[in-house]
Design a protein around this ligand. Structure first.
Ligand code: ATP
Length: 511
């Protein structure tokens, strides 16, 4: 097991031990790729939602919210193309009996070559020091050039297969590249088959009168079918956006990466409606805005990169992902897609209802174009959890596990700890708790030595601990101890609220 896998395992067990994430229906041995958010997880998740919602809806006069239903008229999914085209190409290894996505196998192959290139670059950087010119090196080093050519050829071959819906050639590509099953190590592959990812169920009382419907595989369609209702009732002018947070369901083939790929997950999507012809400009703008939003969290700028799509979805004229450096490498965290007028035009056709905007500036009606930003809430949760997980060796030779979660996202902002469970300290501490709970989500803990209580709060990411001691009774001062620096300061009880607020107020991040 490499260090990253080992670290990932630790993060998963930490998430369970400290009440962030449990496997769904664990007492029945769990349900694969379905998870429950526990007492601390639900707080962190809600705080991420708040950050996204505030930055979209609260901070933008031209974006409004929506909460559309999970179940929709079945024609929605015919119109959107999901019934016919929301497929993954799946391939089985006959030895391990494991199932894979053919495109993911090829992408992993590409990622391996990319990491070879990066190793060459790091080696050269060390050798040449300050004089090193990375661009020049990439353009001239024969090994880098050869590997880059392999990547380019593979991408172009894969794209050709997808454009032509040619699964036979896709299989041949996997054979030609010599891709082996990471588990069995063999090349004993089956043919590739398409597999539709939508879950279906039926609506209606009796089997004769019921009809098949789908659990939505994305929240976006709820926005599209409501486009005109929202536009008219909010009287927004184009360009404007509709934002929504909600559950989506996909019967994923591979589900082996904890909450990265789930069968039931949550999306935070915003569809931005623009005048046809202006979509590229808005696409670039939203790429920039979204990257800034991520980097404002200070989880490490080097952990993000853009990745342009090699194969465009049937509805897009441009698309990229913001990838995050998860414990298993750079993978998609958010998608930004220029969806053209595809969805609205399709819904016009299938419903027979006009979904047009009358533009008073040019005195004309048109079907707007759409730029979408779509981020998985659970993947965002994993990005925050994984990058804030730290094991530290301390000066006194002890160690601690600390989640350095950005303060405003932390489940609890403050923990109130009476030094001992007697001498009136708990009563004083509880009074502080009662006074502050209206302002922040805080917790109270009086069990065990104070050092152990600090460690427990570190492990769930509480940014500040407040200790009430014997002096507090006389001078109304308390000790504040900060999670990341472990520094301690003495403040008056009356100043605690402002002190905490200045450190964890969401406005610090939004601005
Ligand atoms: P992938 O290529 O990883 O399957 P995708 O390109 O199909 O993802 P989109 O359809 O663009 O994903 O969905 C938008 C966002 O929803 C993704 O960026 C991701 O964060 C999230 N998402 C998609 N599928 C899942 C899933 N199965 N579990 C958790 N989050 C998901």
């Amino acid at each position: 097991m490499n260090a990253n896998q080992d670290n990932f395992k630790k993060i998963i067990s930490h998430a369970k031990e400290y009440g962030f994430i449990f496997q769904s229906s664990e007492i029945y041995d769990g349900l694969s790729a379905v998870y429950d958010y526990a007492q601390n997880g639900v707080e962190l998740k809600n705080n991420i939602k708040k950050y996204w919602w505030a930055s979209m809806v609260q901070m933008n006069d031209n974006i409004v919210g929506l909460d559309s239903s999970i179940l929709m008229h079945p024609t929605t999914w015919k119109a959107s193309g999901h019934v016919d085209a929301f497929n993954d190409p799946l391939i089985d290894n006959k030895d391990s009996k494991l199932r894979y996505r053919a495109d993911v196998l090829i992408e992993d192959y590409i990622a391996k070559i990319e990491s070879k290139i990066n190793k060459e670059i790091q080696k050269a950087k060390k050798r040449f020091g300050d004089k090193f010119d990375e661009n020049q090196f990439k353009k001239t080093n024969p090994r880098v050039l050869e590997n880059q050519k392999k990547i380019d050829n593979t991408i172009s071959e894969m794209k050709k297969c997808f454009d032509n819906d040619d699964l036979v050639s896709l299989k041949k590509l996997i054979d030609d590249l010599g891709i082996v099953d990471p588990v069995s190590g063999t090349k004993n592959w089956t043919d590739i088959k398409q597999f539709n990812l939508m879950f279906s169920t039926s609506i209606g009382a009796s089997s004769e009168s019921s009809s098949e419907i789908f659990l939505r595989p994305e929240t976006a369609q709820g926005i599209f079918v409501n486009f005109l209702n929202v536009q008219k009732s909010s009287r927004k002018k184009i360009p404007f956006g509709i934002a929504q947070i909600g559950k989506a369901f996909r019967n994923e083939i591979i589900a082996r990466q904890f909450i990265f790929r789930m069968r039931e997950f949550e999306q935070m999507e915003m569809q931005f409606f623009v005048k046809p012809g202006t979509q590229s400009e808005w696409y670039e703008k939203w790429k920039e805005i979204r990257m800034k939003w991520h980097k404002a969290l200070a989880l490490g700028d080097e952990n993000y990169r853009f990745h342009d799509h090699d194969k465009l979805a049937h509805y897009a004229d441009a698309a990229c992902d913001i990838e995050f450096n998860f414990p298993f490498g750079f993978k998609e965290l958010e998608g930004i897609h220029s969806r053209t007028d595809f969805d609205l035009a399709q819904h016009e056709e299938y419903s027979g209802k006009k979904l047009r905007y009358f533009d008073p500036e040019i005195n004309e009606s048109y079907v707007p174009y759409v730029v979408e930003t779509s981020i998985g809430l659970d993947r965002m949760f994993l990005a925050v959890l994984a990058s804030s997980f730290n094991e530290e060796q301390l000066k006194d030779n002890s160690s601690r596990v600390v989640l350095k979660i950005p303060g405003f996202l932390a489940p609890y902002k403050l923990a109130i700890l009476p030094l001992v469970k007697k001498d009136g300290l708990p009563a004083y501490a509880k009074k502080i708790y009662d006074d502050l709970k209206i302002h922040f989500n805080i917790t109270y803990d009086e069990k065990d030595a104070v050092g152990r209580r600090y460690r427990r709060q570190d492990a769930i990411g509480t940014p500040v601990c407040l200790t009430v001691d014997h002096d507090t009774i006389n001078d109304d001062s308390v000790t504040l101890r900060f999670r990341d620096s472990m520094e301690q300061i003495r403040v008056k009880v009356i100043d605690v609220k402002n002190e905490i607020d200045s450190r964890i107020n969401i406005s610090n991040w939004l601005s």
